[in-house]
Design a protein around this ligand. Structure first.
Ligand SMILES: Cc1cc2nc3c(=O)[nH]c(=O)nc-3n(C[C@H](O)[C@H](O)[C@H](O)COP(=O)(O)O)c2cc1C
Length: 347
């Protein structure tokens, strides 16, 4: 059934396909039988309950940032079986993002290249939707960024604005300094500016009774030396955890011709070719910190085996984006079944 749906979706442009799919998912999710039908396919779902950073997740499978940027469909995604949804990246002011076309399918590689550029309606719009929407038992993460026109020297103010706006409607925050599609954003991953940014958010967090976990989303293209810096930053700033990883600028694993890649132009690569690179980052961070650093693993998960690999490498939760585009909701059920079986074997 999903394959037929995907066949038609893949006939239209990737960005239009996204909005079409969301339209149908939202309509379908209004029928209560959907989630009952889907969860009936997974035996012993209770085994999937996961505690992470003091939060109770009904299962460890999340929708990665960028899919529901404006918090328009998180509830519907919960009906499909996700245990958590990370909305955003949101910025203080609305912004249109880069010119279209800005999202490309690489079917043979089961990958996507995007240079969306944080297109979003602004954090206050997302806030309104989160306040009025049905949570459906979901944990919600707020992925925050800066506006395109804000220089890095003032980026802190943008992140603080988003933090304050979303504080009472999300369960955790992710600081996104790793998108390749906003000029100079990745420079904020350097030690000094990063410590300053995270400390500013920590001070704001400390003013409130119920502190929110703050995680950092990192690029898969960091060197081991840069990853060591991230570990140090995490210690110094008492970071709650890491989301590893964002998209890559590396194109070496692709089967596409140079010509096709030149036609596409700049952007972040996601999907299957990213899998090993992102798993390697997770494994490195986990080993370096003796498994003490909480990690959400994301990048190239297209099967239950990929998901189990991320968990084995040191992630406690995982997120899907491109795999969900290619494999659809059956991927969630299959991963659930895979995790249930692996946990039952251990017990
Ligand atoms: C079209 C698209 C838009 C994205 N937008 C964001 C975003 O706004 N913020 C963010 O942190 N990550 C964003 N991502 C990155 C994903 O959250 C994820 O980290 C990355 O795609 C790797 O996972 P995947 O291989 O499962 O897609 C985006 C990815 C895609 C494909």
């Amino acid at each position: 059934m999903f394959k037929v749906f995907r066949f038609f979706l893949f006939l239209i442009s990737p960005e239009r396909a996204h909005y079409t799919a969301v339209f149908f998912i939202k309509r379908l999710s209004r029928f209560p039988f959907l989630s009952t039908f889907l969860s009936a396919k997974v035996k012993n779902e209770k085994v999937l309950a996961t505690t992470f950073l003091g939060l109770e997740f009904k299962n460890p499978i999340g929708l990665a940032a960028g899919f529901d940027k404006d918090a328009t469909c998180f509830s519907a995604m919960g009906s499909l079986g996700f245990g958590f949804v990370e909305i955003g990246t949101v910025t203080p002011k609305p912004q249109e993002g880069n010119d279209k076309p800005r999202l490309f399918r690489l079917k043979k590689d089961e990958a996507l290249i995007n240079r969306m550029g944080f297109n979003n309606m602004g954090v206050d719009e997302a806030r309104k939707r989160l306040m009025s929407g049905d949570r459906n038992g979901l944990i919600i993460g707020g992925n925050i960024g800066k506006n395109k026109w804000t220089p890095n020297a003032q980026a802190k103010e943008d992140y603080l604005y988003c933090f304050k706006s979303l504080y009472d409607c999300v369960d955790y925050f992710v600081v996104n300094v790793s998108s390749p599609n906003t000029q100079q954003l990745r420079a904020l991953q350097e030690k000094e500016p990063l410590i300053e940014l995270l400390n500013a958010l920590n001070s704001e967090n400390a003013l409130r009774g119920n502190k929110r976990p703050i995680l950092l989303k990192i690029a898969p293209d960091l060197s081991f030396e840069q990853l060591d810096d991230i570990v140090e930053v995490a210690k110094v700033t008492k970071l709650s955890g890491i989301v590893a990883t964002n998209t890559t600028i590396d194109r070496s694993c692709l089967t596409q011709s140079e010509k096709r890649l030149d036609q596409i132009g700049n952007g972040g690569l996601s999907g299957k070719p990213l899998k090993d690179q992102s798993t390697a980052v997770i494994a490195y961070l986990s080993k370096k910190t003796n498994g003490t650093l909480p990690i959400i693993g994301v990048g190239g998960i297209h099967s239950k085996e990929d998901a189990l690999e991320k968990l084995a490498a040191g992630a406690t939760l995982i997120q899907l984006y491109t795999g969900f585009i290619y494999e659809g909701p059956p991927l969630i059920q299959s991963i659930k079944q895979g995790i249930v079986s692996s946990r039952e074997t251990v017990q």
